[in-house]
Design a protein around this ligand. Sequence first.
Ligand code: FEO
Length: 390
Amino acid sequence: MIVKEIKKDVYGIVMNDWDRRLFDEIIPLPDGTTYNAYLIKDKKNVLIDTSDPRKTDKFISVIRKISGGRIDYVISNHSEQDHSGSIPAVLNEFPDAKVITGEKGAGLLNRLLLIPPEKFISVKDGEEIDIGERTLKFFHTPWVHWPETIITYNPSDRILFPCDLFGSHLATSNFYAAENQKLYESAKRYYAEIMMPFRSHIRKHLDLIQALKIDVIAPSHGPVHNKSEFIISAYKDWVSDNVKNEVVIPYVSMHGSVEKMVDFFIDVLIEREITVKPFNLTVADTGELAMALVDAATVVLGTPTVLGGPHPSALYATYLFKILRPKTRFISIIGSFGWGGNTVKIITDMLHKDIEVIEPVIVNGYPDKETFSSLEKLADTIQIKHKGLK
Ligand code: FEO
């Protein structure tokens, strides 16, 4: 746990979860995570978000100590339980406290945590509340991560509390973010897994955020940013339509045909000065794959045909690709079959219609001279499609 006074009477409370290795039962957490809450002591004492239920007891004991025994408002920027899960315990400890959130957030918290409707104060987009020496302003920023998400801005101290947005799953003893490669990669992995599906929404919210005067960005996961430009410029790049001269190859091979094709294909792409990121789906880290999808112009899926369709691992990767909605422009499929099947149709039917499918290379049995020639042609096509990309 870390408790840090960010500005006078504004505290960050970071509950480190060093050992957590999975989030939402799907997202790998190689570096654990943190649940961050914030406390502002003013005429009204305000708690901004809370903590995951697995940390409730320790969290309540810290809040009890720092607050001096009074919480007037609990702001819920986001209803997901890793931030809201300790609200019932906070209300139990401080029975006069009200929960400030948007209308949608109140509905969700009522259903998810059974908090009664009379406990809520619903705020509109742009609404402000006076808490004494400070005024807090709320912005409705849907889809940073769920549809109800809001952002709290403290203009007096120039602090933005964006909850999930700008976070990272990184447990560390440092309160403030070090602007290094480790942080960049943690934040990018987090963006890929959690924020990428909402890229167009975030782009609009970034315009709003950039118009604010901000010294500190205080998210609810990972280190706090006291130089906001680092994370904002990374997000501007990730949410832009810019893609890189990269091919991501998620693949699975049963008897070596697909592996042989992938191996050859990697080499011919490299010869054409295209960056290649292969992922053997039997051992790949889903987070690494998601991160690679943030920038790549093209994805080429490698799969054998099993019982008439794609290998289940390839199907899973396709579904992940569909729901993460990366800005990938082109996709193709390479693979093998023994006696037929609908592999290409099953995969392409799952894709969003705005992605261009480049003619797949599917071989009957083991790849031969003709297969390698087709793979070279596929590499040529990708090279042409990538013209001008860096
Ligand atoms: Fe960190 Fe969407 O919860």
